[in-house]
Design a protein around this ligand. Sequence first.
Ligand code: ADP
Ligand code: MG
Length: 683
Amino acid sequence: MNNKSSYKYLLSDLTSLKGVGIKTRNLLRKKKINNIFDLLWKLPKSYTDRSISTKVKDLKIGENQTVTVVPQKYLFPRVRNLPNRVICSDETGNLDCVFFNSYEGYVKKILPLGKEITVSGKINHFRNKYQLTNPKYISEDSSLIKQVHNKYSLTEGISEKIYNKIINQIIKKLPLLEEWHSKNILNKFGNISWNKSIEELHKSKNIGKYKDNFYQRLAFDEIFSTFLVNSEIRKKIKKIKKKNKNINLKLQDSIINKLDFLLTNDQAVSLREINKDLSSSTKMFRLLQGDVGSGKTIVSLLAAYNTISSGFQVAVMAPTEILARQHFNLAKKIFPINIKIELISGKSDYKNKKEILNKLKNNEIDIIFGTHAIFQKKVFFNKLGLIIIDEQHKFGVNQRKKLSDKGGRDCDVLLMTATPIPRTLTMTIYGDMDVSFIKEKPKSRKIIKTYSKLESKIDDVINFIRKEIKYGNQIFWVCPLIEESKKIDHSSAVKKFEFLKKLFPEQVCLLHGKIEIEEKEQILNNFLTNKFKILVSTTIIEVGIDFPNANVIIIENANKFGLSQLHQLRGRVGRGNKDSTCILMFKSNLSDNAKKRINILKKSNDGFFISEEDMKIRGFGDILGFKQSGIKNFKLADPIHNSDLFLLAEKEMRRIENSNEGIGKFKPLIKLYDRADIINDIA
Ligand code: ADP
Ligand code: MG
């Protein structure tokens, strides 16, 4: 089996293995092990060395020992419940093999009198005799016993013995795959082949040797295959020809000049990158990544304006209606009145909605804001030229792919996320897109002071906000959902609202998910126009919304949130030019680990740094629910410990992109490791 396509063996069904029937296959499938390749990542956790045998006189009690003996005599008691016993010996002494709940026939078969048999197991001592109770490792063929036996975290119904048997079988039969890496890359891993690496990976003596060549090479393979696939998707999107937009910088600048601030350098650079994409004749598929409050909205609206001036429609999608409404309002404020702006909301009445849909179809609306409702089947655009999606870090690659197809050829796509993530992850998660970064925040921003407080000290907090209100400031008070399941429970927010209302009559308002949208908007508007001083809410305010006058945020039960989520919440304040405060409240004293985490927040307001630290503590799958988005879970690679491999993979990917090598030789790698269905037509 050493033809080129022999990798296919690794993708074959588990039942093609000896010792795996339908039952075992179904058990393994439950563990997401669907083919032989998947089994390669089932690694030993520890092992028992049965390779060295001893003599009976040297047996050590309580330890796993291997010994070759000759069965001498059966003692099969008449009384039920007493064990069957076989007296065995070598030239140095006796060892009894004892069987509870066994059939005589079975015992006779595995321990025939007078034959040399090798047994292995934990030795105990009973009435001054060595004995082995219910031995599992018994064979006439000592070579079958005298091995290192790996221990696996077990799947119900599948024993260690079976795992050892099937995995050894696979390793012996590994197809000889042609090397896919360049000499230069291979050299970095001591020229170890994929096959050899897999063999080493399964040796129990290598457990935990993450720095060794075999491990690093295999981790690199995983990362690199992901990057290659991303690169292919990106190339494919780049090939889509579109009608380019004519950017009129004069018109753009007339809007910029009306703003009451100057764009930061990063904003200007990002806008230029986007404009370049818009005016090119290939489809844009770009991510605008920037920390909370870095000013992404204005950049995207300027891009929208340029698209409209060039004769196209724009659709802006936000994750919540509140946010969609806020963007809509901003557009109305800064765009000239000849631009037709609409908002479609889940609660818009039927007649209204129908009218909007008609207008969209007839090109009588230039830009529409809404939640995912704007991408429902019934919505037709006349000349959609740009889709903007805000705060959608939870979209997986497949969802994004679908989006890029939506809207048709001439439609560019801009995604925005306020979820700064380490570079290694950006390449992994958004590698199919081009990325613009806004790292710098507007200069006028003051730092947000962050404190932690025990709930029992709530009086201090009340005194503090009383003072803030006196200075004309506004306060967010965030209560976590009690049930974080589908059944959303607002009771903590309602209770806090009642409590604060007594202390601050007429100054407190309440917002949660169950409030009707019109009322929600009324509440937010009242808060925005300073009619209320304190807004009590659930985490509904987490994403995106912008209230420059609010400069204090209290987050209750803060240990319910991850660091990145706390950073997002905190990002609701510190948007204006006043000093801001974030108070994290806790029910009880913090554990050391929790203190460590909170200190990271106190120390830094840099989302990129915080997400990196968060990732170190919780692992990358956990931060911000990337797990749910179906992003690839690496089997060996780790974005924290292997950041060098991620960078190397990026470099190699770029090298290949810029050469004319093609990726044909990586076909086995991609087919084995990745979402190969995304690129069916590689050479
Ligand atoms: P995010 O990147 O989190 O989406 P927003 O776009 O909501 O941030 O911007 C946050 C606030 O910063 C808004 O009030 C916006 O008007 C303001 N802003 C944006 N750019 C600048 C800038 N260059 N200088 C000062 N304020 C800015
Ligand atoms: Mg935003």
